[in-house]
Every structure is written in C-alpha cells, then in structure tokens.
Design a protein around this ligand. Structure first.
Ligand code: ZN
Length: 297
C-alpha cells in the first residue's frame, strides 16, 4: 500500500518536473492551471501541461479525451476544448494507470472510460479510484485490440505487451494517421519502467518494435510527455531500448554488478539528443536493476 502511494507521489512529481522542463503552463503564482493547445490534424488536438499529453478528438457525437493529466487539471482541459468546439466530452481513454494520465477523470463525470484490462486492475488499486470514486474507473476494457467509432471517426486501441506498465494502450486515429503512444514513448530518454504495475525492461524494446512494425499507417505520433514524433523516431526508440538490454547482457556476462554497470552506463553516441531520464523509479540504475532481475541475475 505504502509503495503505491509513494509511486503516485513520485509520478505526480515527475509530471510536474516535466512540465517545468518542457511545457510549463503560463500561470500566475496563484492562478488556476492553464493547458496549451496545439492542432495535430483536422479535428485532433494535443493539450500540453499538467502531466501527460492529452489528445482531444472532436467527433460528430462528442469529444474523446485521451488521458486526463494530473488531478485538478479537468477545467484546464475543458477550457481549451471550448476554444475549438461546443460539443460535450463523451469519452475518456486512459493510456495507462498513472496519476498524471488519469488524475482528472473525475472532473468529466459520467462518460465512457476506456482502458486496457490490466490498466483497469492497476487503477483499482489507486486511492483516487476507491469507494465512491470507483465510478471514474474504466467501464469498457480490452485485451489486445478494440475499435471504437465509425468511418472517419474510427479509433483502434492496441495492446502490444508490457513496457512502461503491463497495460499500455496505443490509440490510433485511423483516418488521420495519428497515434497516441502514451508513456511507452514518453520522450527520447531512458524509459520509466514501473515494475509495481507490471512494467518490463526486457520486453520494453520488443513491445515498441511490435507497435512500430504493426502500425504502418501512421505518420504522426503524440508522445506521453514531449513533442510530436514520427514512426522513424519510434523505430529508433525501439532500437535504443533493445540495444540497452543487449548492453546489460554484456555487463552480466562480464561479471559486473548493478552498481558497476550503472557507473559505466553511457547513452550510445548514435542516439543523438537522448538523455538519461532523471531519477524517477531509480532512473537508469533502476532500469539496470530491473533488467538484471528479469534476466535471472
Ligand atoms: Zn506513466
């Protein structure tokens, strides 16, 4: 229990520090949170600030919101939706369990909430969804694939395996050739692997590669926490993570301890602009530790 709480706090801090790093919302010292809106294509927008990137998909029957940022950001999301449509929010899709992607579900009241099976299970363990608040849990789930909407408004949700958690959904807006990748592709940085929610270091790169090879009709990717990316970026990120595991295997073979490996780790030179992603969930050393464990060391 304590672990879950600490995790939530860390993630909340993670979301905020990312906001500071890349997308700090313009707000006064006492002012309410303000999100930024960016048109991705036609009727699809990205809202930054307040945790994970939110996708806003305006359909004939209502607005679909992918990820609801940190708690307290619902009004900020709605304010920006109102700048592009008067339609009500009718559906939320949560890419995964973390509080910087599910935190403002509550704000939107009685709407359809969709997530992968394991993400619903993970969310059930969060204080934010206990008791009365269980009504803000997903009421529609899927295992491997789910298609929502019709015609030009069709959305395909996929699960390709564990990585960041064990319930990361990939949301494809088919007619627009755009995908929301959630935190499986949060940024060009060493990943956050949440083992308490089923994340996996060894599977991370494989899951990314599976997504990249399956979703060929996409040209634009909304990332979990940074700018828009391309399928080429996703392919490279898959390789980056697979290379990491290959390097870990080399360290194990050479008899290195986790501490020694952590001290030696450097971002390979060919991955320009990549960073070692801070200290959340143990940072790179945590990832090495996780990989060692998964590889039986
Ligand atoms: Zn996350």
């Amino acid at each position: 229990m304590r672990r879950v709480i600490v995790l939530g706090v860390l993630l909340a801090i993670g979301g905020v520090s990312l906001a500071v790093k890349g997308f700090q919302a313009p707000k006064g010292p006492q002012g309410p949170p303000v999100a930024e809106i960016q048109k991705v294509k036609d009727n699809l927008y990205m809202l930054t600030g307040g945790g994970g990137n939110t996708a806003v998909f305006v359909t004939d029957s209502g607005v679909v919101v992918v990820d609801t940022k940190l708690a307290g950001w619902g009004q900020a999301i709605l304010d920006k939706i109102k700048t592009v449509t008067n339609k009500p929010v009718t559906m939320i899709i949560n890419t995964h369990t973390h509080g910087d992607h599910t935190g403002s579900n509550e704000f939107f009241g009685a709407v359809d909430i969709v997530a992968q099976d394991n993400t619903k299970t993970n969310m059930e363990r969060m204080d934010a969804f206990k008791g009365d608040k269980s009504k803000f849990l997903p009421n529609k789930t899927f295992k491997d694939k789910l298609t929502l909407g019709r015609g030009k408004e069709e959305m395909d949700l996929y699960y390709f395996g564990p990585g960041h958690t064990n319930g990361d959904a990939w949301v494809v807006f088919r007619s627009l050739r755009v995908m929301h990748a959630g935190d499986m592709f949060a940024w060009k940085s060493t990943p956050i692997i949440d083992t308490s929610n089923g994340g996996s270091a060894v599977e991370y790169g494989k899951t990314l590669a599976k997504a990249a090879s399956t979703l060929r009709d996409v040209d634009t990717i909304i990332t979990g926490h940074t700018t828009l990316m391309t399928p080429a970026d996703l392919k490279e990120y898959a390789q980056f993570n697979n290379d990491f595991i290959e390097w870990v295997q080399g360290e194990i073979k050479a008899g290195k301890s986790v501490d020694q490996a952590a001290a030696e780790y450097k971002i390979p030179e060919k991955y320009q602009g990549y960073t070692a992603g801070g200290s959340f969930m143990g940072g790179v050393k945590g990832n090495i530790q996780t990989a060692y464990k998964e590889l039986g060391k």
